[in-house]
Write a protein that binds this ligand. Structure first.
Ligand SMILES: Cc1cc2nc3c(=O)[nH]c(=O)nc-3n(C[C@H](O)[C@H](O)[C@H](O)COP(=O)(O)O)c2cc1C
Length: 394
């Protein structure tokens, strides 16, 4: 079995967000973080376009396949398909509270059926030799006590799961939307800490509401790993500190510009295979978050990447506009304070595309591996101005 880094830091599975293009982009920021697919239902895998749903680029590794389902036989089959394709882990979703998911009897409602989850886990464990993990909540609805939560974990652990990713708040199956269920029920980190203290043999990953690496490091004193979702998606540069701070390694690329640059050959390759530009650039909108020129970058991509025939040039121009806006901001602040420079925005005139390629990176070294597919798992959606990015409503 391939050796992967420990799960000290993971990026959460997020439907419509962590598709393969997103994961390729995030991987440029951290070599060690674990990445998760969006939840894929067993029904979709068994009856749908399996290649499109499961295809990924080996450069994304370590990447875990998250399954939504509850029929042990189907879970086992899908876990097998995932392992066969080279996923590093298969994870079962026991945390999603959406109505659609409840009607299929999987996701968070399975917190009420520990024996059923255990059966599914046992079937998957028997079918694959990669780790089978579970992502769950601390409870649902009226489940208020730690003992019920701990009993759920024990039942599932007895079936062969030793890694639990715990979103440290419960979910209300009625009355709250999935988005509200990510914010309103209070976080109970203490329950997760206690679980780890009482069951040191289990690998416990804490998820929910973590906003910075300082917070992550504090949690890591109590648990084995942390998983961040929204914060990483909105401000992906946070990942650039992960290898240095949590794994004692150099970050893969020096600055944000180098990351954008490193995406260009990938984007070029995907465009050639028929992927629309917007499906890739929508995940990159937050790259320059908080930097001079960030707004110009976002705006140019948001207004142009969805246009028919949008090409790599859209990204190049966005970079030029970002650099120009950054220079203006730097000039402005220099006239006020005598300071120079604008973070990692270059101070030279906007360079042409070839000059963006950072030392040590060649287009060839970053090209997608042959055989990788063009389509992500997300349905095509309009990109336009991404309100999730402009107004942080998540
Ligand atoms: C847009 C979006 C989609 C999500 N989709 C999934 C999913 O497919 N599977 C899952 O287990 N959790 C999903 N989640 C929940 C996250 O994995 C995570 O548990 C939650 O956002 C809390 O972590 P955070 O506070 O770091 O964002 C989703 C969250 C968001 C914001």
């Amino acid at each position: 079995m391939t050796e992967y880094p420990p799960r000290r830091f993971s990026v959460a599975p997020m439907l419509d967000w962590t598709d393969r293009h997103c994961r390729y982009f995030l991987r440029l920021l951290s070599c060690n973080s674990w990445l998760y697919t969006e939840m894929v239902t067993t029904g979709a895998i068994l009856h749908g376009d399996r290649e499109r749903l499961l295809g990924f680029d080996p450069a994304e590794q370590p990447v875990a396949l998250q399954l939504g389902g509850s029929e042990p036989g189907e879970l086992a089959q899908c876990a097998h398909f995932g392992a066969e394709r080279g996923y590093a882990e298969v994870n079962l979703n026991v945390g999603c509270p959406s109505d659609r998911v409840q009607s299929g009897r999987f996701g968070a409602c399975l917190m009420a059926e520990p024996a059923r989850v255990a059966e599914g886990v046992a079937a998957m464990v028997a079918a694959v030799d990669i780790p089978v993990t579970v992502k769950c909540r601390i409870g649902i609805d009226e489940q208020e006590d730690y003992a019920t939560f701990a009993a759920f974990i024990d039942t599932v652990a007895a079936a062969g799961c030793r890694t639990f990713i715990i979103h440290a708040r419960k979910a209300w199956l009625q009355g709250l939307s999935p988005k509200e269920n990510r914010d309103i029920p209070p976080l109970r980190y203490d329950w997760v800490y206690r679980l780890k203290a009482e069951r040191p043999g289990l690998e416990i990953i804490l998820n929910g509401g973590i906003r910075s690496l300082d917070e992550a490091e504090a949690h890591l004193l109590q648990v084995d790993g942390v998983m961040l979702g929204r914060e990483v998606y909105h401000d992906p540069w946070l990942l650039a500190e992960v290898d240095g701070r949590l794994y004692g390694e150099e970050r893969p690329l020096d600055d944000r510009l180098a990351v954008a640059q490193a995406m260009l050959p990938y984007i070029e390759g995907q465009l050639a295979q028929g992927t629309h530009l917007k499906h890739m650039t929508r995940h990159m909108l937050g790259l320059f978050q908080g930097q001079p020129g960030a707004r110009a970058w976002r705006r140019h991509l948001s207004e142009n990447a969805h246009r028919p025939g949008a090409s790599l040039r859209v990204v190049e121009v966005a970079l030029e506009k970002m650099a120009a806006a950054g220079r203006n901001a730097a000039d402005f602040s220099a006239t006020r304070s005598g300071a120079t420079g604008a973070g990692d925005v270059p101070s030279d005139p906007a360079p042409g595309r070839r000059e963006y390629i950072p030392v040590g990176l060649t287009a060839a070294s970053l090209r997608p591996t042959p055989g990788s597919r063009s389509e992500g798992t997300s349905p095509a959606g309009p990109v336009v101005l991404d309100n999730e990015m402009l107004v942080r409503n998540e």
